[in-house]
Write a protein that binds this ligand. Structure first.
Ligand code: BV8
Ligand code: ZN
Length: 252
């Protein structure tokens, strides 16, 4: 259980977090949409998590794609177009600096599909929910990186002509098994898990937090607000990750 953090206690909490990071041989990080908010990308549950009046949970599903692939592609093409306009923010860059400190003792598990961690220079990134830049053929299964180029509402495979889909994990779909088991191993082996910008609502990703604790890791949360995970973390740092993560680095 962490102590409630008020402004005067903030420095003390930041120092406690820095001590936990310094004392770790292996550090794992779990990020969510909140770390990309300061880059200008909307979060899922911010602004009611609505898109064209649809709940994301209703558009990012196989059934929605089955029923109306053009609608789902409009949703993803808009988010791909947004990617072309955004850059990593100081929070992403801070994680690159932390990775350089830990070398191969560092694993970044992200729920984000925006590719901003790699754009900032993060190396060991596990994209457990896939990537907006990649498309996958529903026919031959080929996966291609199509960057942020504009695709049509019903893009077809250049090899077999079948309909393409975004290479992301929709709700009610399994996570990519290889990446998922690497993420579990990372949180089981780390001494400290840094959780940044996630509401800890979506599973199995959010379950990584409890898994880290069960395997003896200390957990630090960086978030604007309280989340489903806050009650169970060792240190909760409330504020924008674009400010807090660089502050944390200064104390390492
Ligand atoms: C699965 C890719 C096994 C797509 C995403 C009923 C039937 C079937 C399944 C379920 C069910 N009920 C529940 C489930 C499980 C379901 C689930 O968890 N649903 C939720 C809604 C309850 N999970 C699944 O379906 C998963 N698969 O379970 O498979 C299975 C198979 C068959 C049948 C049953 C089970 C698949 C989940 C993956 C879904 N795909 N993304 C796409 O992006 O389009 S999830 C999507 O939500 C994103 O990846 C996103 O990252 C993720 C989580 O959201 P967050 O990242 O946390 O973002 P959010 O907006 O919520 O929060 C932002 C946070 O940042 C906030 O806390 C805010 O305070 C903070 N913040 C904001 N600004 C800042 C900040 N913090 C710091 N600084 C700032 N500046
Ligand atoms: Zn194909």
């Amino acid at each position: 259980m962490h102590d409630p953090v008020d402004s005067s206690g903030f420095d003390e909490a930041l120092e406690r977090a820095a001590r936990l990071v310094r004392a770790s041989q292996r550090l794992a990080v779990l990020t969510g949409a909140g770390i990309s908010a300061e880059s200008g990308l909307a979060t899922f549950r911010g602004a009611g998590g609505l898109w064209e009046g649809h709940r994301v949970e209703d558009v990012a599903t196989p059934r929605a794609f089955e029923a109306d692939p053009a609608l789902v592609w409009r949703f993803y093409n808009l988010r791909r177009a947004n990617l072309a306009k955004v850059l990593p923010n100081p929070g992403h860059h801070a994680l690159v600096q932390i990775e350089q400190r830990f070398q191969d003792g560092f694993t970044l598990v992200t729920q984000n599909v925006d590719g901003l961690h790699q754009a900032a220079g993060s190396l060991n990134v596990l994209e457990i929910h896939g990537a907006l830049r990649r498309v996958r053929c529903t026919g031959c299964g080929r996966v291609e990186d199509r960057g942020v180029e504009a695709l049509s509402e019903l893009p077809s495979c250049r090899h077999c002509g079948a309909l393409l889909r975004p290479d992301v994990v929709w709700f009610e779909e399994m996570l990519p098994p290889g990446v998922w088991s690497q993420a579990e191993r990372a949180v089981q082996r780390c001494q400290c898990l840094l959780v940044v910008g996630t509401s800890a609502v979506v599973y199995p990703a959010a379950g990584l937090i409890d898994q880290a604790r069960r395997w003896g890791a200390r957990v630090i949360e960086v978030n604007l607000a309280m989340t489903e995970a806050t009650a169970s973390v060792d240190v909760a740092l409330h504020g924008p990750s674009g400010t807090i993560l660089p502050d944390l680095i200064k104390r390492l």
